[in-house]
Design a binder for this molecule. Structure first.
Ligand code: HAM
Length: 421
């Protein structure tokens, strides 16, 4: 081997691609029913986009971005999709032209994290970003969507953790309060958090360091002190609507999420299969200031969204039993000197939409038959001197037994009848 797979990346091999395709197909269907349209943005973006959107002092920006210099450009492999979608929406004027600016995307993201179970350097998001809506229903709707979509995809036993970061004034008051409370325990915080105390105190609440988590757990904060009356009622309204619609909910006052663009509601979908520290299989929240930030004040729009980590979704799924449907396979085998006729038949079958295979190099009849058996072929079509002379093929039904000669049109009809049965 001259090179090996990059640490923290995964090959998705043919045994598993049917599962991925199924998830993508079902997600596509479900999200379309929810009124969302697909958007695809490039994997490469300007580094500045994420520094501005996610925040300079977030872990993703400080430690995890894969950056590269190309000429004068500082580029990154996108670490997430929200900032990229906001850029695309603003740059293409979608807020002006699309009466329903609500989008989803499916694709790879890149973060230079220390790899472990459920934590990769290349992973995949199914993401949703909804613009131009605000209010209690607009906040609850994406959470209900996340809840129902993951159920539809085969996850049970998950739970939504939810919090509200309140309005601008609430956040300022919260930051002030947190600084005051956490300063008392400064010595017990990790070096990163000691720095964050001045620069971005909300990030201390996210820290995975055990001692920092213990400090945070001791803080005596409640919603009445954290949120103004209007934000408190709004948050209560959202939680009520979620519960009324069957979402299993846990309020978590310490949930702030590791990205700076959030305002108002934030949430995670957690699952016990994923283990401590990274039990979130999806996460999201409202980000009402990001459009203005990214468009340098040109546009303004409320927005909310979430992203599901597909690798974690698969770890949380009840069962990943899926079968590649091989039962319909047809194998064409040929006697010495009749490979060109066999190939013509193969092409006709494929053009007729019948999944079919043949060995395209010199192999004995016996070896071809062994291969067809190994593949579990449903039908084997044989072509030799006799068949070529009569303009037919010999059709061997591997399930029912028996062999008969027929022309290719009759086989196509037979195949369709058998498969549709
Ligand atoms: P995030 O929490 O950074 O949010 O990522 C969302 C989900 O992606 C996580 O809950 C997790 O399941 C998965 N994930 C994150 N990092 C990794 C990793 N290194 N390996 C495997 N899975 C991972 C966002 O990215 C926001 N853009 C979500 C959002 C959309 N907020 C509003 N709109």
């Amino acid at each position: 081997m001259i090179a090996r797979l990059v640490r923290g990346c995964k090959d998705i091999l043919p045994k598993v691609t049917p599962l991925w395709r199924k998830i993508e197909k079902e997600a596509f269907y479900f999200l379309s029913c929810w009124g969302l349209k697909e958007i695809r943005t490039p994997i490469l973006e300007q580094e500045a986009l994420f520094i501005r959107a996610l925040g300079e002092t977030t872990d993703v920006v400080e430690k995890q971005m894969f950056s590269l210099q190309k000429g004068d450009d500082r580029l990154v492999l996108r670490p997430e999709g929200t900032a990229a979608v906001v850029r695309a929406v603003c740059e293409n004027g979608l807020l002006q032209t699309d009466p329903n600016p609500a989008y989803f995307y499916i694709g790879p993201m890149f973060r230079g994290e220390r790899p472990q179970k459920g934590r990769l350097r290349q992973f995949h998001h199914i993401g949703v970003e909804i613009f131009s809506t605000s209010g209690v229903i607009a906040d609850a709707d994406p959470v209900i969507l996340l809840w129902e979509l993951t159920k539809y995809l085969g996850v049970s036993g998950a739970k939504v953790k939810i919090n509200s970061l309140g309005c601008q004034e609430d956040r300022e008051r919260y930051v002030f309060l947190l600084k005051k409370k956490l300063s008392v325990y400064k010595e017990r915080l990790c070096p990163d958090c000691q720095r964050r105390l001045d620069k971005n105190v909300l990030r201390v609440l996210d820290c995975k360091n055990l001692q920092c988590r213990e400090v945070v757990a001791q803080l005596d904060i409640n919603y009445k002190t954290l949120l103004c009356e209007s934000c408190f009622h709004h948050f209560e309204g959202v939680c009520r609507l979620l519960q009324e619609n069957g979402v299993e909910l846990q309020k978590d006052i310490y949930l702030v999420r590791g990205l700076d663009y959030y305002t108002g509601i934030v949430f995670e979908l957690v699952h016990p299969n994923l283990g401590k520290g990274q039990d979130a299989l999806a996460a999201g929240g409202r980000y009402d200031d990001l459009v203005e930030e990214i468009s340098s004040g040109k546009w303004r729009s409320p927005a909310i969204g979430f992203a599901i980590g597909v690798e974690r979704l698969i770890l949380a799924m009840d069962s990943v039993d899926f079968e590649l449907d091989d039962s319909r396979k047809v194998v064409v085998i040929w006697k010495q000197g009749f490979e060109n006729e066999a190939y013509r038949i193969l092409l006709t079958l494929r053009r007729n939409g019948i999944p079919s295979l043949m060995i395209m190099q010199d192999k004995s009849f016996k070896a071809q038959m062994r291969w067809a058996n190994k593949l579990g072929a449903r039908f084997v079509l044989i072509i030799g001197e006799d068949e070529a002379g009569k303009g037919v093929i010999s059709v061997k039904d591997m399930d029912e037994g028996g062999q008969q000669q027929m022309d290719i049109e009759s086989f196509t009809t037979l195949y369709n009848n058998v498969i549709k049965k």
